[in-house]
Design a protein. Structure first.
Lengths: 143, 143
DNA sequence: TTAGAATGTTAGCTTTGGCTAACATGTTTT
DNA sequence: AAAACATGTTAGCCAAAGCTAACATTCTAA
């Protein structure tokens, strides 16, 4: 199985990825906000993600069409079962990358780096990073 | 300095990043191809990156406008000083991520994962990963 | 209860980076 | 040198994901 180069967009198309990075960002954030309060609204999400409300409305419609959330105009945003499943995985992925970076000693822009890297890794790499972090944590922390 | 969430696109805008992922992919590949032969043409680049020639033409024009390459219609593509600088850094970044993944034991889609992750990391994280890989390599390789 | 403020939606614009179809240029072969 | 082929460019389309401006709805408080 030859491996070939593609552009980022090329990989997305080639692999028929179902969730774009943005969709992941929104679902992840809805999940996070849902844990604090079960009234998640367009304004909360916009604020949390630093986007304007119309962008949120547009994305929510898309997520609703693809059954990640239930939403009706002017209402509040609820994750579906499917959305919750995805959301919890995304949050776990975030946690794993964040802890790895912490463990590496990253101090500046750690959130930004987490957010960027999390969209890049597949399950295999994620698991391996997770294992590595565990090892680093209790074997060579003074590194 | 509070850290806030953004979408991927949001980070790009906020940081006024000068090179998009695609631009990086093209420059990196031109650099790679230039090492094999100094006649890099639109068709070579298209083939290498799995994009259609019109996409390459368009991007080359952009890279030329921003002084990463010198190009004239139907001619061949040459990196400028600036382009070579960037290119060699991109290749080095690629190498560091690739070796890290190898070291993690990644076998499947290692090139794809490298290509995705390399666009995500900043210099700080890159250096830290580089250090870590060195340590892993000669201290705990049987891991 | 109605006016004003706050929140949400719509319409329509922008950029990026793909694509195809059609055309232009260059190269090779007869 | 002309025909045929290979390569490159142009024009114009598309989707994603942002944005602003204008409008609609809902909430709050006088």
């Amino acid at each position: 199985m030859k491996e070939e180069f593609y552009t980022l967009k090329g990989y997305r198309i080639k692999n028929e990825e179902i969730l774009s990075s943005s969709m992941e960002d929104y679902i992840e954030m809805i999940y996070r906000l849902s844990q604090k309060s079960d009234e998640v609204r367009v304004s909360d999400l916009s604020l949390a993600l630093n986007v304007r409300p119309p962008s949120t409305t547009k994305m929510i419609k898309r997520l609703a069409k693809e059954n990640y959330v239930v939403y009706e105009r002017y209402g509040c945003i609820k994750l579906t079962e499917k959305g919750r499943d995805v959301g919890s995985k995304l949050l776990e992925r975030h946690r794993i990358i964040f802890e790895f970076l912490e463990c590496l000693g990253v101090k500046e822009n750690i959130l930004e780096q987490t957010e960027k890297i999390e969209h890049a890794v597949n399950n295999d790499v994620l698991e391996k990073i997770n294992e590595l972090t565990k090892v680093l944590k209790d074997e060579i922390l003074p590194f």
